[in-house]
Design a protein around this ligand. Sequence first.
Ligand code: WTA
Length: 685
Amino acid sequence: MATGEEAQRASEADIAVHWREEGYVWPPASFAAQANLQDRSVYDRMSLERFPDYFAEHAELLDWFSPYEAILDTSHAPEWRWFTGGSLNAAYNCLDRHLEGARNRVAFHFVPEPEDEPVVSVSYQQLWRRVNAFAALLRDYAGVQKGDRVTIHMPMTVELPVAMLACARLGAVHSVVFGGFSAQACADRMVDSQSHVLVTMDAYYRGGRLIDHKAKADETVALAREQGLEVRHVLVWQRHRGRYQSAAPLVPGRDALVEDLLASSFARSRVAPEPMRGEDPLFLMYTSGSTGKPKAIRHGTAGYLAWVAWTSRYIQDLRPDDVYWCMADIGWITGHSYIVYGPLALGVTGVIYEGVPTHPDAGRPWRVAEALGVSVFHTSPTAIRQLRRDGPDEPQKYDHRFRIMTTVGEPIEPDVWRWYHGAVGKGQAVVVDTWWQTETGGWLITQAPGLMPMKPGSAGPALPGIHPVILDEEGREVPAGSGRAGNLCLRAPWPGIAQGIWGDRERFIATYFAKYNRDPESKDWRDWPYMAGDGAMQAADGYYRILGRIDDVINVAGHRLGTKELESAALKVEGVAEAAVVAALDSVKGRVPEVFVSLEPGFDGSGVAAAVRDAVTREIGPIARPRAVWVVPDLPKTRSGKIMRRILAAIANGREDVGDVTSLANPEAVDAIRALVQGGAAGGA
Ligand code: WTA
């Protein structure tokens, strides 16, 4: 499927796990009888001929200050604008509108990682108050105005959605940076989005340790300054109210303790929700792509919120009496859509868990689920693999009962799927494998849980109203249901699709549309199929299997990392001449990075492997930490000088056959690397 330059790369799709096609597993009749989506005609009602009118159903899930006029405005194609001409506010939809009927319903149960610390339950009324107070602080103390970007670098605590919703209330654009990301990553994102306010926390628990987080804020400010950005305010929440637990002192004039400001000035403040146009931006979320620099995916207000609310209701099957635990981090798109915006828009009770799933042991999630009466569960295949490895028999010890369970972010192996379904779901829960991306805002490919069977290892057919097509390299349609692989695309947009890349329309077009666009001037959505960047195949029954990324992105434990980002970190190490990063298969994390480096002439290699590993961890964060760093005499290259990552990936994955090496300028390099790697001599790793 790859041609030309692409053949030089080792894409995830090339090394995808090809398990055999599995048979169906049917949901229990009791599930189908109560499902929110029981109406089969929805697929006809939302056929391509009726696009985009059927999305009016999605917008109906929201409360509007003034009604929208157009469902889809294509005048800025392919930066689609949804539900234009009216106004609404996301925080109002997530909070205010529930106060009348459900003010005392729990919005979030916060579960601290230390098991002896009590769960804190926050009602909708309390969350609303806290969001109002923090919005007043942002506006009146930090000077945040509608349209400003606010960077939030926080751990998994209730204060994180408080900060997000406070921005939404003011019409400010939040940019949440995953708490585990480095100061460098945070600074780069602040500079790119020109954000002058940083919201952070002093410390948090992870893996049994109290981690000093505020120290990262100081580093972030310094690194941003090097790039010409002055961070004016660092707003510091405290993990334990009234007890500051960071070794980093507060910088006068710049840093402030949020709780102190709230107590003295804002605790009782109210802020009217800003009327926003449907197409106004709600947030930025940075994600990795083919080039070194992460890009800011821009999501809008009405389309995004309608999409996550609709999918939360009809696919996650949420009901007001559910307790829903999405065990992801809010710092990723999954947490934005399926911890914060989707569930809160529906007024559901959620769970925010601070720490690692296996702390202090692999029974923890099931204890939490039992204690809180969790009825709907959502997690990643990586977490499932970890929990199975560390505690295969733990779920049966607890009396939890899930009605429906979802997975996200990576393909799930049929074997792992069966443990999830049988042990965790006790054979009763429906399992839904959800395919989507940061750019898609919400789910696009999954089975409708009450209407059709599950199929382990396949994500499912497309959601109602979503119209995928698989294209080959030349843009020809791979016949539907043929089981042949190609590039997964969407024929038509949907309300949750990213509106663009912050400040870079050209890059948005180049990344997702240029390859298959029929006319760059066109304002007709038919000319702009969206290219997801994943390989996929569709079986005769319409179910899709996702084969992995076709670009330079590695999916590590469900997290997207750009190989170029890792390579540029490695190249900063003294003595490193060249670096190539490949994805190696891993039984728990799906994929992990391995780094191959060659040295400058005359340079002594001792200590280089460790330095590379440290550099990658420091520049990006612990999730990017390479499994191995191999210091090799030379990297295999084509005659035109391109590093052949495909060959390195084959070696890292223990393959006998590394493919054709005849076009290499230095075929002898391959044997040397193979001897090193497969001979088991860990290159300082
Ligand atoms: C991969 C995460 C297989 C895919 C929500 C996609 C999946 C990338 C699945 C997006 C799935 C996501 N099965 N692969 N169910 N879901 N992916 O932006 O390669 O962090 O392009 O969004 O994860 O990652 P992102």
